[in-house]
Design a protein around this ligand. Structure first.
Ligand code: PGA
Length: 250
């Protein structure tokens, strides 16, 4: 399975900055190693400009950070799955912890997005992960299981062939510089793998599980080889081509 290295730019970069960043990045990592795929998740306003730079580059993909689960309509400030597909996206994140926290997204709403996005032909990266308090209370398994079961409710094995990824992002490790330990990552990813196999039989074995939370050029070499880690979702370190290229080439 190729390792998917995704860069979530969150609310960073104007179009000019986005194009400069991705142009420098492509130059630094080309030719991309056979076993790597790179996904760039810029803000909506830079999707088209980033797509123009990467569309002919082997192994590079574009994704949205979010979308609204309706065809179109009176949803001021939102964008649709078709709009993402229209500007070159093949992926979208769903249920990032910042969406859950600041925009009060529930597992039920996240599930609507998963179902809608898959139906539209977007590849979905469903983000899950526990808060520090939940970890301290020994609830990691319960939290991950609930988020997975609710987030993927009504999704069938036929729907997911090559179209679903899970990102395990412990909330306490996002943007904090505090990365989960190898044991914590290994344990969470194997729990997730077992649940996916329970839900989707053999097809659950092929779903990529990404780790996210303070991934950096310094820790990537210990994270990527962990079993059931099929890639990483990188925030802060993906904003700088020097750092992100080291993560991609690790
Ligand atoms: P971080 O963000 O790498 O800055 O911790 C990860 C994420 O939010 O996806």
């Amino acid at each position: 399975m190729k390792k998917l290295i995704a860069g979530n730019w969150k609310m960073h970069k104007t179009q000019k900055e986005a194009v400069e960043t991705v142009t420098a990045l492509v130059e630094m990592v080309s030719p991309l190693p056979e076993d790597r795929e790179v996904l760039i998740l810029p803000p909506y306003t830079s999707l088209s400009s980033v797509w123009n730079v990467i569309k002919d580059k082997q192994g590079f993909f574009l994704g949205g950070q979010n979308f609204y689960p309706a065809e179109n309509g009176a949803f001021t400030g939102e964008i649709s799955a078709d709009m993402l597909l229209d500007v070159g996206c093949s992926f979208s994140l769903v249920g990032h912890s910042e969406r859950r926290k600041y925009f009060k997204e529930t597992d039920e709403f996240i599930n609507q997005k998963v179902l809608f996005g898959l139906r539209k032909g977007l590849k979905i990266i469903l983000c899950i992960g526990e808060e520090l308090k939940e970890r301290k209370e020994g609830k990691v398994f319960d939290v991950l299981k609930t988020q997975l079961l609710k987030g993927l409710k009504g999704v069938s094995s036929e729907d997911i062939e090559n179209k679903l990824c899970i990102a395990y992002e412990p909330v306490w490790a996002i943007g904090t510089g505090e990365v989960a330990t190898e044991d914590q990552i290994q344990e969470a990813h194997s729990l997730i793998r077992d649940l996916l196999i329970e839900m989707f039989d053999d097809k659950g074995k092929n779903i990529k599980i990404l780790y996210g939370g303070s991934v950096s050029p310094e820790n990537i070499k210990t994270i990527l080889p962990i079993s059931n880690v099929n890639g990483v979702l990188v925030g802060g370190a993906s904003l700088e081509p020097e750092k992100f290229s080291k993560i991609i080439l690790a």
